[in-house]
Design a protein around this ligand. Structure first.
Ligand code: SF4
Ligand code: SF4
Length: 123
């Protein structure tokens, strides 16, 4: 991995691990940012939406996108600036991040990587 590439851009496993649910008011049609065609209303909940692809196993959010222009194997959110609250609230190098990387047998983030990239956006 290039040391100049944010570790998230060669990872993406949190977008393949969690059910991503958020308020329907985050959908574009309701005044929010998330494109409606990438999500669906959660049955029986009324006011909740869920990213397509995260409702069943194997989980893979439909917005997760290959980014070959950044390098071989690079991957990232195709709606980064429009992503929902739970995606914005999932921090790099958090417990969930470390735990998910371990679940997918990815190497542990080094202290140097965490220090260098913790405050840097991935896109
Ligand atoms: S937040 Fe963690 S698990 Fe998610 S893409 Fe970044 S490094 Fe991978
Ligand atoms: S919307 Fe983007 S950040 Fe959120 S789960 Fe999907 S690909 Fe990941």
């Amino acid at each position: 991995m290039s040391p100049d590439i944010h570790p998230c851009l060669t990872c993406g496993v949190c977008c393949q691990n969690y059910r991503v649910e958020f308020s329907v008011y985050e959908l574009q049609s309701m005044g929010g940012t998330v494109p409606d065609h990438l999500a669906h209303e959660v049955p029986g909940k009324g006011n909740r939406a869920r990213m397509n692809g995260t409702e069943k196993h194997p989980v893979r959010c439909v917005a997760l996108t290959e980014l070959p222009h950044l390098g071989e194997g690079c991957i990232g959110c195709g709606i980064y600036e429009q992503r929902s609250r739970p995606c914005r609230d999932f921090p790099f190098a958090s417990y969930g991040c470390h735990d998910t990387r371990a679940k997918f047998s990815l190497p542990q983030l080094s202290d140097e990587e965490v220090e260098r990239w913790a405050e840097t956006a991935t896109a």
